[in-house]
Design a protein around this ligand. Structure first.
Ligand code: SF4
Length: 464
């Protein structure tokens, strides 16, 4: 199957103070499945004992009624993973659980540590033995080294050593702790449910379990949840925030509120801004479901051009399928998105996309539209060209993976086979969020990295 676009690193979910903690976490992970589809896991605590179940695959593939019944306890954390550091293998599934002395710890991590390689090397020199190739395990080893000072002080020490992007949940037998890097790259929010608490990567997960949103975990905050309630530590000096703007454009679910703004509304405004910057005379506007849907609504409303669904998505396509016969051309594209000739024939079409990463998928899709009779095919993209890799938890971590890094807009246009191609400007993208530019990480667009990445960072850098 063709690669479809950038992948998020992970999603986390945690519950404290609910008898059905495992089941609530299962539903929470269901809501966060878009953030990671390779593996998932749930770890629970009864207050005395820890129970875990993890596996490769989607949430409903890994869990059923029976496995959930074997996860007792009133506290739980869960994780869905797409690997950005370490291979996609069972031992790298999270939450990662480790016992140290009297205590058992479980951790779920969303983001990427930029100093992982150096930290791991130092820890190994001092005798640490790693079980996985994930950067997240480093946090646990740093914690273990200082546990004699107590979990909270140990965590402050560990967090002061790690750099990069991390929105994490940590569980001990009787505590749930949520913490977020001081730049706040990845989202993390807090909700309340029947007197207990819920922590999640996105608010859509709170909605599904009927939890009420309280607030975001603040950048640099360590939030401790136990039987006495909530306690917030802010041991680090304030840093300039660097929220990942790409959460708004692509990653987060449109029904989530991220950094205080509804994602659907931001995406629609991105489309309205695109209409101002790149107005095109056309017969219809369409997204490729489900990538540019909401920006497409904003774009066509801005220009008064009708929105049409010129390709139909098959919702039942799995992640792998049996190789088609030679005569079935472009099978990989058509099995998922089939163009509707009656809508496209002899039409001037504008595609609204949320991003172009490698360009290969777009190229095949545009070819299919032309074969279905489209007279002109234009594309507008609701963000600027991706010219720089991301080191903070997204899977385009080398320049070679980014078509706009190697080629001009004109070259990308002719490679994909378009009549025109327009990207949203960087100021236009930022304005559409309703926030100032200095609140965001924009590194994959402008190369200004909020945390300097080392030269040798890569997905498999801890495996060599
Ligand atoms: S580099 Fe891009 S994708 Fe990565 S955190 Fe920054 S804005 Fe997000």
């Amino acid at each position: 199957m063709v690669s479809e676009g950038p992948k998020e690193s992970c999603g986390v979910f945690g519950v404290f103070g609910q008898d059905t903690a495992a089941k609530l976490t299962y539903f929470g992970l269901y809501a966060l499945q878009h953030r990671g589809q390779e593996s998932c896991g749930i770890v629970t605590s009864t207050g005395r004992t820890i129970h875990e179940h993890k596996g490769m695959g989607l949430v409903p593939e890994v869990f059923d009624e029976q496995t959930l019944n074997q996860l007792p306890g009133h506290t739980a954390i869960g994780h869905v993973r797409y690997s950005t550091t370490g291979s996609s293998i069972a031992k790298n599934a999270q939450p990662f659980v480790v016992s140290h002395g009297e205590m058992t710890l479980a951790i779920g991590h969303n983001g990427n540590l930029t100093n992982a390689k150096q930290l791991r090397r130092d820890l190994e020199k001092r005798g640490s033995i790693f079980q996985t190739t994930m950067d997240s395990e480093i946090i646990v080893h740093l914690l273990a080294r200082n546990l004699q000072a107590g979990i909270e002080d140990a965590l402050v020490t560990a967090v002061s050593k790690i750099e990069g992007a991390f929105s994490c949940i940590l569980m001990t037998e009787n505590k749930l702790i949520a913490f977020r890097d001081s730049k706040g790259f990845r989202p993390l929010c807090l909700g309340i449910l029947n007197g207990g608490y819920v922590v999640a990567s996105e608010t859509c997960a709170l909605d599904l379990v009927d939890a009420q949103y309280l607030r975001d975990i603040e950048p640099g905050e360590i939030l401790i949840i136990n039987e006495d309630g909530l306690r917030s530590l802010k041991p680090f000096s304030e840093a300039r925030h660097s929220y990942c703007i790409f959460e708004y454009i692509y990653f987060a679910r449109p029904d989530s509120n991220i950094y205080g703004q509804n994602v659907y509304s931001v995406r629609k405004r991105l489309g309205t801004q695109l209409a101002k910057e790149h107005p095109i005379e056309a017969d219809l506007v369409m997204p490729f479901p489900d990538s540019g849907n909401y920006a497409a609504i904003g774009y066509c409303q801005g220009l008064g051009i009708p929105l049409a669904m010129g390709v139909i998505r098959n919702h039942y396509v799995g992640r792998t399928f049996i190789e088609p016969t030679q005569s079935m051309r472009d099978f990989g594209v058509k099995v998922k998105l089939n163009p509707v000739r009656e809508i496209l024939n002899q039409k001037r079409v504008v595609i609204v996309e949320d991003s172009i990463i490698r360009g290969t998928t777009s190229k095949m899709r545009i070819k299919a539209l032309r074969e279905a009779g489209a007279k002109e095919v234009h594309m507008v993209v609701s963000c600027p060209p991706h010219r720089y890799p991301c080191y903070y938890g997204i899977d385009f971590s080398t320049k070679g993976e980014l078509i706009a890094c190697q080629h001009s807009v004109g070259e990308v246009q002719s490679y994909i086979g378009l009549d025109s191609l327009g990207y949203l400007s960087l100021p236009g993208m930022v304005d559409s969020t309703g926030y100032d530019r200095d609140r965001f990480c924009l590194a994959c667009f402008n190369g200004e990295y909020p945390v300097e990445p080392p030269d040798d960072i890569s997905k498999l850098c801890l495996e060599h």
